[in-house]
Every structure is written in C-alpha cells, then in structure tokens.
Ligand binder design. Structure first.
Ligand code: MLT
Length: 240
C-alpha cells in the first residue's frame, strides 16, 4: 500500500485516481456524514452544487429525505439543515436520505467519485477508517483534504496525519509524498490538544464567529464513532 496526501482537490494529479480515496473535511462535512450514518440515515448523497441537490432530491419521497445545504459555514436558506453534525440526531435521521451540499467537502467527494473505492474520514471515526485501510490494503490510497475554496486547511491535515500515524502501528506502508510525513509530524505535535488546533485553524475561527463552538468540540474528538462511510454509487455514501 502506498499512501499519498493531497491538501485540496486542486492539488491532485490530473487524469489520475487511486484505488481508494479517503476524503477528509473535519470541519465539518465528513464529521456530519459519519454522524448522520451512525444515527440511522439510510445514506448521505453528496452534491457539489445546490441546484443538482434540488433536482435530484425532488424525485425522492418527501417523508424520506432531508436537504442539508451549507455555504460559508452557514445554513442555506430554505434547507432543512445546515452542516452541523450535532443536528443529525437519531430521531431525525432514522431511515432518511440526507442530500448534502457543502462549500468544499462535497466538491472533494466529486473529484474522486470515479475511484474504485471511496471512503470518508474525520477525527471522530479515524480509528475505524484506519482499520478499514489496514484490512483491505488498497494498492494506492489518497488521503484527500477538502481545504477551503482551493486553499489549505490545517484540520484536514491533522486528521490525515492521525490516520497515517495509526496506520503505521498496524501495518507497513509506503509513504507516497512528503505531505504524509508533514501531516504525521503535525498530528504528533497536537494530538494532546486537537480542540485548540481546530480553534486556531482559519475555518475553526470562522465557525467560532458563527457560534459553532459545540460543533468544533465534537469534531475534535478522536475515535468516538466506529463506522466508515463508503461510497456505494457515485456521490452516495452508506455505513460500512
Ligand atoms: C465545507 O464543505 O467546507 C464545510 O464542511 C464547511 C462547514 O460547514 O463547516
């Protein structure tokens, strides 16, 4: 297994895909996806654009769908939900399909949706994703950060480092690029205070300005969910 890290979809090698892509958007899309599936959502269907989300979700029975839209950290008007994982409670999620479009995370998913295997990772399900990789041993793995509008995101890098660090404890793998080494060093430096790191990150500060303190605290918690969101068809993620 050879593991690469790309900080944003824009930094991935063009015309290329890995055997397994692991999309990361700690704040907050992949934390929300894991939480929705853990709490009983039938699937999460991700869309880069809000208009595609609207068009596709229209065909789904109203009683079995929830529309979640986020732009700039805020809920999109007219949608059932924004992108807070804490809104994904079991009563609301049970049996529903969550149609989700976010600023960056769902765009990153779109970049790799044609890969043979696609999973999502966040700090909250880091161990489960790492065990999945160790067990399935894909030949090439991309850890793909979602970033922010094409730029770097600290919290996605620390999560990639957390995966890479734990993976090294359970199997040997080849390091595909220097970004993996840097991410592991970042995680080692901050593993005792991930909450503070998320609060210092630019999107963490943006969310603090939007009263997102509780979301940040939840998203900074390591290994609390034991599931791997896996793509079953392009853009559609289910619980593994
Ligand atoms: C994103 O896709 O950029 C996000 O998950 C932003 C957010 O809702 O915090």
């Amino acid at each position: 297994m050879e593991v690469f890290l790309y900080h944003t979809p824009e930094l991935t090698p063009p015309d290329s895909l890995p055997d397994c892509a692991v999309v990361i958007d700690v704040l907050r899309a992949t934390s929300t996806i894991a939480t929705a599936l853990e709490n009983g959502a039938e699937a999460v269907q991700a869309f880069g654009s809000l208009s595609d989300l609207m068009a596709h979700s229209e065909a789904w029975p109203e009683s079995l769908r929830l529309r979640a839209g986020e732009r700039g950290g805020a809920k999109v008007e007219g949608y059932d939900l924004g992108n807070s994982p804490l809104d994904c409670d079991p009563q609301l999620m049970a049996g529903k399909r969550l149609f989700l479009s976010t600023t960056n995370g769902t765009r990153a998913l779109q970049r790799v949706e044609a890969a043979p295997q696609v999973a999502t990772a966040a700090l909250i399900n880091r161990r489960a994703v790492t065990e999945f990789l160790a067990l399935t041993q894909p030949k090439t793995v991309w850890l793909l950060g979602s970033g922010w509008e094409g730029g770097y995101s600290l919290e996605d890098t620390v999560c990639a480092g957390a995966v890479a660090e734990l993976l090294a404890e359970s199997c040997s793998y080849q390091i595909g690029n220097d970004e993996v080494i840097a991410a592991r060093a970042l995680f080692r430096q901050w593993q005792g205070d991930l909450l503070e790191l998320l609060k210092q990150a630019s999107h963490g500060r943006r969310l603090l300005g939007l009263n997102g303190d509780a979301d940040i605290e939840y998203c900074a918690t390591l290994d609390i969910l034991n599931l791997v969101p896996i793509q079953k068809s392009p853009g559609v993620l289910i619980k593994k």
